[in-house]
Design a protein around this ligand. Structure first.
Ligand code: BT5
Length: 233
């Protein structure tokens, strides 16, 4: 179902923004795919560097429960990369990482009853602007493998379908088990910025609604719904 209708664009500002213009017109599972984005978006108004050689796509979904959508999309990206011989990790809440560098991200936005799931994967890019060099990388830079973008996109649609079905069928514990297997965070010390709140702690788990469970130095367990997370060790 995911990808049964595709808007395939050469260049667009942001596939998420384009998808927002389609929500009343298209069936669930519609994909917007672009070769290049001129104004790719991250969370909270941040920008997403998206030249050619990556996978930049958005899917229009209408889930009953959207709390685990970002988890489901992240797991689908990891399963896809594993299928093509790359073993990435996930960093809560929305990062896909390889060798501790960010190689992908998820941007989930709700518009009326629709959820737009934006997925970016740095597949074959060979370089990054100076300001991103220390944090970002691509599958090609890390593995020297050049992967066929169309093939990876096709595999991704299949895994997105599987993970979204799990969510719809209430198989959240299976999904969370997959998240735990890909997570690079369990048991690690982290520093969290959640709005004005800043805290450190050890990651215990992810909850059934996608919140991060943190053991703080005072032995209290904090539940973090959204924020930026840095691994400290
Ligand atoms: C994200 O935001 O990680 C969500 C990225 C979602 C991108 C997709 S592409 C298709 C769809 N259409 C869109 O317009 N967006 C989605 P966040 O966690 O806020 O991370 C943003 C930060 O990551 C930036 O502030 C940079 O530090 C860094 N960054 C920017 N471009 C990057 C890239 N290509 N690879 C890795 N890191 C990047």
């Amino acid at each position: 179902m995911i990808g049964s209708r595709v808007y395939s664009l050469d260049i667009v500002d942001s596939t998420n923004e384009f998808a927002k213009t389609l929500v009343d017109l298209t069936p669930e599972g519609t994909v917007v795919l672009a070769r290049q984005q001129t104004n790719g978006k991250g969370r909270h108004g941040r920008t997403w560097y998206s030249p050619a050689d990556g996978i930049w796509m958005s899917v229009i979904l209408r889930p009953q429960n959207f709390s685990l959508i970002t988890v489901a999309a992240g797991v689908a990206v990891c399963e896809t990369l594993r299928t093509v011989g790359v073993v990435p990790g996930m960093k809560w809440p929305n990062d896909i990482v390889l060798n501790r560098k960010k190689i992908g991200g998820i941007l989930t936005e709700n518009v009326d009853k629709n959820t737009i799931v934006g997925i970016g994967i740095n597949l074959n890019m060979r370089k990054f602007p100076r300001e991103l060099k220390n944090v970002a990388s691509s599958v090609f830079i890390e593995t020297k493998k050049r992967l066929d973008e169309e093939r990876v996109y096709g595999i991704l649609c299949t895994h997105l379908d599987d993970c979204y079905s799990m969510l719809k069928n209430g198989q959240t514990s299976e999904l969370l088990t997959k998240w735990r297997n890909y997570s690079i965070m369990l048991g690690r010390e982290v520093y969290i910025e959640a709005g004005d709140k800043k805290m450190t702690g050890r990651v215990l788990d992810i909850s059934s609604d996608g919140a991060l469970m943190l053991m703080c130095p005072n032995r209290c367990v904090e539940r973090i719904i959204a924020g930026v997370c840095h691994l400290t060790m």
